[in-house]
Design a protein. Structure first.
Ligand SMILES: *[C@@H]1O[C@H](CO)[C@@H](O)[C@H](O)[C@H]1NC(C)=O
Ligand SMILES: *[C@@H]1O[C@H](CO)[C@@H](O)[C@H](O)[C@H]1NC(C)=O
Ligand SMILES: *[C@@H]1O[C@H](CO)[C@@H](O)[C@H](O)[C@H]1NC(C)=O
Ligand SMILES: *[C@@H]1O[C@H](CO)[C@@H](O)[C@H](O)[C@H]1NC(C)=O
Ligand SMILES: *[C@@H]1O[C@H](CO)[C@@H](O)[C@H](O)[C@H]1NC(C)=O
Ligand SMILES: *[C@@H]1O[C@H](CO)[C@@H](O)[C@H](O)[C@H]1NC(C)=O
Ligand SMILES: *[C@@H]1O[C@H](CO)[C@@H](O)[C@H](O)[C@H]1NC(C)=O
Ligand SMILES: *[C@@H]1O[C@H](CO)[C@@H](O)[C@H](O)[C@H]1NC(C)=O
Ligand SMILES: *[C@@H]1O[C@H](CO)[C@@H](O)[C@H](O)[C@H]1NC(C)=O
Length: 661
């Protein structure tokens, strides 16, 4: 009965979209101007209303091709080592393919570039066209993978989906209520099939084709499911890539499921609704102006003309108290832009420890033996992260806590030096004896334009207050900071991989200690055998570097939750070392006065970002292998249960019993 009524309504929507298409003169965007939610077919009709434009294709492809010259992992992609084979790609051949493909619309072209970069599965190296990532599709039935009371794992509609979906707001829920689609009864249903496939096979498919961001397939499988996280500085629940995909290109998803209390499976077609995340517009023309056309923040600037750090901060560039520009390594998770909270009944009930107002939330578990730091990211306030770490750990020590659990679930990274700070704080500087560097060597790519940038920076007497390319950002391998006038990239060093010889810079260390406002202690605050990590593997960039340091240097116990049963999950997602947004790279190029060089990427004519992994971190176990390509499995692997998938405190209590019980 319900299903019948639902199909009638969808039919009406489809008819509406069809009539919009039948009348080419009609404005495809105006009908939903000012609405936060719109039927996916309508959203897609607007996105597809901009015709393909060859000038824009040449601009975009020339820009990204020249940015790829800086991409440190390019040659590794020719034959990605196991278990990361899924990411193998010939980057230049892909660009040539997209250059010769016939596209109907500008959306189709951009989607091809987006798909190609997303499937590199490196969250540091992706094309984000602002014009076309303006919607997130939301399903009122996000899915999770849980073990039941007998330990049998299955896919379920998230048991808390009613509370979660209601947080999206009545504008969202009333759409389904009006059409008579009862999404509430699906909460907790056991899902057998999705889109006509075994539910886990569908999870694998989305992980292979849409999730991106992480080299490891198993980690991507966890990102298709709903999970708890910290978004900004608040507890949140991510819908997951099945419940909340990045494009409005599906109108519905069919699931075969057994609702709670039922014994028989039924097949339900669940509608998606698209959430508009872009800027306000009134019609197709203004949609283009506010979302798609290049603006004053699309391309870089000559930072020499801006003045001091406050002008840099206005452009969103992190600057340390010492005046140096702060390196970042993070993925972009668009789902943070419309994040809803974690339903309040699942928030920790323990009182927060000191230092819990930022991206870190700290607690002392009942019994006062174990402290927990939920490190949601390494973003936000660079100095507060350090003072919060110190405040939490002082309180733990004052309360007699002797064991520490660090939760890295859905930590997308952030400032490079905060990962190194947290490692030094926990390990103590006495034991490390390495003058504050993390122990792994770093390089950037020694291409001809990079060499010209460094040479020009030296001539212009630039330093780390404006640019990342000067040598004073780094230290020699004896830990002595380089002088800004040192040329560490010319002569470059040949590096051979997958049959290709390429050039890298000379090797160097980070110099994070120079930016710290809190001095890490000499001695570890806790016996490092009593420090453990929990996560869902979706721990990227700076988070991956931090967990690698803990695992490889101190054999820290790591437990990974979730994943597909029988499929392995690495404990970390994507380990780069430093990421440059397109504006960051263009800032370097323009500040070095080399924008006129024929190798320089042209300014973008559209509002978009091609970010790339600019520095490689080399494994200390094998200095010919980037940390990103070192396969490392956690010592512990647990399924989520209905008690833990959305309840951090319950998960920490479970982990305490497993690690220290
Ligand atoms: C955009 O539109 C919404 C809804 O109409 C309104 O609440 C909001 O203030 C507008 N934002 C801007 C920046 O104009
Ligand atoms: C294609 O885009 C360029 C750059 O924005 C613009 O000047 C040109 O008019 C567009 N061509 C067509 C046919 O719209
Ligand atoms: C795309 O192909 C055309 C025709 O072969 C060529 O002129 C152009 O340089 C290519 N563009 C890019 C970005 O490779
Ligand atoms: C991009 O990937 C999606 C998901 O796999 C697919 O449906 C779509 O056809 C692809 N589009 C293009 C232009 O490659
Ligand atoms: C979890 O499922 C078990 C049965 O498998 C049930 O007894 C329990 O009440 C459920 N807990 C929650 C929080 O839903
Ligand atoms: C870009 O322009 C907008 C609107 O005019 C302004 O609010 C913003 O501050 C400008 N950004 C920069 C970096 O100048
Ligand atoms: C834990 O510490 C709190 C605060 O100091 C105290 O009230 C409580 O009794 C302690 N609990 C145990 C089991 O020691
Ligand atoms: C926690 O913070 C409060 C307020 O800043 C302070 O008075 C207290 O001493 C701190 N507790 C510990 C154990 O550091
Ligand atoms: C770095 O460059 C800035 C801007 O030109 C300048 O103000 C500062 O004195 C320089 N710092 C050093 C240590 O040379």
């Amino acid at each position: 009965m319900r299903a019948h009524r639902f199909h009638v309504v969808i039919g009406a929507l489809a008819a509406q979209a069809l009539s919009a298409r039948a009348a080419p003169a009609a404005d495809a965007c105006a009908p939903f101007a000012g609405q936060a939610f719109v039927a996916p077919s309508q959203a897609l009709a607007c996105l597809k209303s901009f015709p393909f434009n060859e000038t824009l294709r040449q601009n975009v492809l020339t820009n990204i091709a020249r940015i790829f010259d800086f991409y440190t992992f390019e040659d590794f992609y020719l034959n990605s080592p196991p278990p990361f084979q899924e990411s193998t790609a010939n980057i230049r051949a892909e660009i040539a393919r997209i250059n010769s493909t016939k596209f109907e619309t500008d959306y189709d072209f951009n989607r091809a570039v987006y798909n190609f970069t997303t499937q590199l599965n490196d969250g540091h190296t992706r094309w984000f066209p602002n014009c076309y990532d303006t919607f997130q599709n939301l399903l009122p039935a996000p899915v999770v993978t849980l073990a039941d009371a007998h330990g049998v794992q299955s896919v379920f509609v998230a048991p808390d989906s009613v509370a979660l979906v209601e947080l999206v707001g009545t504008e969202f829920t009333s759409f389904f209520d009006k059409m008579g689609f009862d999404w509430r009864r699906l909460a907790g249903a056991r899902v057998l099939e999705i889109a006509g496939m075994d539910a886990y096979a569908y999870a694998d498919l989305i992980a292979s084709t849409e999730s991106g961001n992480y080299l490891d397939h198993g980690v991507r499988v966890n990102s298709v499911f709903s999970s708890y996280r910290i978004s900004g500085t608040d507890f949140s629940q991510r819908f997951g890539d099945i419940g909340g995909p990045a494009f409005p290109d599906r109108n519905s998803l069919t699931m075969t499921l057994i609702p709670v209390g039922a014994t028989k499976a039924e097949t339900v077609t669940i509608p998606y609704l698209a959430n508009y995340l872009g800027a306000n517009f009134t019609d197709q023309k203004s949609f283009w102006e506010v979302n798609c056309a290049a603006n004053n923040e699309t391309n870089g600037v000559d930072l020499k003309t801006l003045g001091d750090g406050s002008a840099l901060r206005k452009r969103g560039i992190g600057v340390a108290r010492s005046g140096r520009k702060l390196a970042r390594a993070a993925i972009v998770d668009k789902s943070n832009s419309n994040a809803v909270g974690l339903p309040s009944q699942f928030l920790p009930t323990l009182p927060p420890a000191n230092g819990s107002t930022g991206v870190i939330k700290s607690f002392i578990l009942p019994g006062n033996k174990t402290g927990v730091m939920f490190v949601g990211s390494f973003e936000g306030d660079f100095n507060q992260f350090q003072t919060d770490t110190q405040a939490a750990i002082s309180q733990f020590k004052a309360s007699g806590v002797s064991r520490l659990i660090i939760d890295l679930t859905n930590n997308g990274g952030g400032f490079v030096c905060l990962g190194q700070f947290l490692h030094q704080f926990l390990a103590g500087t006495a034991k490390l004896g390495n003058a504050g560097n993390p122990g792994f060597q770093s390089t950037n790519r020694g291409n001809p334009l990079a060499k010209k940038i460094v040479a020009s920076d030296i001539k212009l007497k630039l330093n780390d207050s404006f640019v990342f390319y000067t040598a004073d950002n780094f230290a020699f391998l004896n830990n002595q900071q380089m002088s800004p006038a040192h040329d560490y990239i010319d002569p470059s060093v040949p590096f051979f991989v997958n049959g290709v010889t390429d050039q890298t810079s000379q090797r160097f260390f980070d110099t994070c200690g120079l930016a710290f406002v809190v001095q890490p202690p000499e001695q570890p605050p806790f016996d490092l055998n009593n420090v453990a990590i929990v996560s869902n593997g979706d721990c990227a960039s700076t988070c991956a570097m931090f967990s690698t340091l803990m695992f490889e240097r101190h054999q820290t116990k790591i437990a990974i939750f979730g994943g597909k049963p029988g499929e392995q999950v690495q404990y970390k997602g994507m380990a780069g070392n430093q990421v440059l947004e397109w504006t960051d790279l263009d800032d370097e190029i323009k500040t070095a006065n080399v924008k006129d060089d024929p190798l320089a990427p042209p300014d973008l004519l559209v509002n978009a970002n091609m970010r790339h992994n600019w520095r490689t971190a080399w494994s200390f176990f094998n200095e010919q292998l980037p940390i990103a390509y070192v396969s490392e499995l956690p010592q512990f692997r647990f399924p989520y249960t209905n008690e833990t998938y959305n309840n951090p405190q319950a998960l920490w209590t479970f982990a305490e019993s497993k690690f220290f019980g």
